[in-house]
Ligand binder design. Structure first.
Ligand code: CP3
Length: 345
């Protein structure tokens, strides 16, 4: 297996800086849109292992990324809990059964990852037969998933989720405990099925105050990371909270192997705070992929100069790629990262 990505995440020496892109299998690719059409819907695509394999492989085949990310979604867990997930075209995720009362929270159970989420494990096993590069498994953070479960859709201003946080913190903690158990089991099952690395997406951690982040998001993610580290010490763990720039020093004692950074956080600043303890992943602004090639090249060089090290950097965007991006720009980005890191090594 070509393992530049795994070497970089362990901060071993590499021949070039590895790159993958958040949402690399997605709507900006015409071949993704064609497979989704064949599946009938996004959720059906996630739940049909042969097709989920097909879309996972598409960006690897087209661009030669250094890692693949399992094609799935962070909301498969609440779907497996019976909340009836739907993706409404143009509106994003939506649950038919929203959590409204404390009793709704008490009635939830931890899903069996090999039963209700067995389709994810089937996808991983099939992928491992096909892939020449490492496979990243993932889950959402307890807080991010809870925010969707309480709001019923994309959180917007977080009126409902933060309402629970400040009016009913015990009930929210109960939900976060349940999700922590569910996510730990789910990621452990992904590791058993064959993923080479796991990543936690905390998309909405940055919407909290620093102290609420510590109490309602970070501690739970650390529990998951600690449990996985104890059981699978050889599997690297990536922690990504969007909007974490102002509290990076909290990560000084994290159980993560790598910290993902959004585009607002300087790699140089992160390195100066965290030293060489972690690999860093990121952090090109996805919007820069709209710019002329010369600007993309300049930004890639800037990010690499900020990191200023031969290993321990995994190039990525600071958040997911958007559907409006021309695939040719991604091709250019990948070649820039590979070429420039080789010549500067
Ligand atoms: O290629 C990959 O990165 C792997 C697959 C992946 C998807 N979602 C596919 C997807 C991953 C890792 C995710 C994670 C995810 N899902 C997050 C965390 C990362 C982030 O972006 O912050 C979140 C918050 C979700 C929830 C979610 N799923 C939303 C808000 C949406 C709608 C987004 C939109 O722009 O409409 C989705 C749908 C989704 N998940 C798509 C894809 C490719 C688009 C669905 C489609 O084909 O219509």
């Amino acid at each position: 297996m070509q393992n530049t990505f795994l070497k970089a995440i362990r901060r071993e020496s590499v021949s070039h800086t590895p790159i993958w892109v958040m949402r690399q299998a997605g709507r900006y690719l015409p071949e993704y849109r064609a497979t989704r059409e064949k599946a009938g819907s996004f959720l059906q695509l996630c739940k049909t292992p042969e097709l989920a394999v097909e879309v996972t492989l598409q960006p690897i085949q087209r661009f030669g990324m250094d890692a693949a990310i399992l094609f799935s979604d962070i909301l498969t867990i609440p779907d497996a809990m019976g909340m009836e997930l739907e993706f409404v075209e143009g509106e994003g995720p939506h649950f038919n059964k929203v959590l409204k009362t404390k009793k709704d929270i008490s009635n939830l159970g931890v899903p069996d990852p090999n039963a209700e989420l067995g389709y994810v494990m089937d996808t991983i096993r099939l992928l491992k037969k096909e892939l020449q590069v490492p496979l990243i498994g993932f889950a959402g953070s307890p807080w991010t998933i809870a925010a969707y479960m309480l709001e019923g859709k994309a959180p917007g201003e977080f009126k409902i989720a933060k309402g629970w946080l400040y009016e009913n913190p015990e009930a929210l903690h109960q939900l976060l405990h349940l999700l922590t158990q569910s996510i730990t089991d789910y990621l452990a099952a992904q590791i058993e099925a064959g993923v080479d690395t796991i990543m936690i997406f905390d998309t909405w951690g940055g919407a909290l105050t620093r102290s609420a982040y510590q109490e309602f998001s970070y501690v739970y993610m650390e529990k998951i990371l600690q449990r996985l580290k104890n059981k699978y010490p050889h599997i690297p763990r990536i922690l990504f909270t969007k909007g974490s720039g102002s509290w990076l020093n909290l990560y000084k004692t994290s159980q993560a192997t790598a910290i993902g950074l959004d585009w607002q956080t300087s790699l140089k600043y992160a390195k100066s705070l965290l030293g060489d303890r972690y690999a860093l992943q990121g952090n090109l602004d996805p919007a820069i992929l709209r710019a002329p090639d010369a600007v993309i090249e300049q930004e890639v060089k800037y990010i690499m100069s900020e990191f200023n090290g031969k290993t321990g950097h995994i190039f990525n965007l600071g958040h997911g790629i958007t559907p409006d991006i021309d695939p040719e720009k991604v091709k250019f980005l990948v070649s820039c990262v590979h070429q420039f890191s080789k010549t500067s090594a």
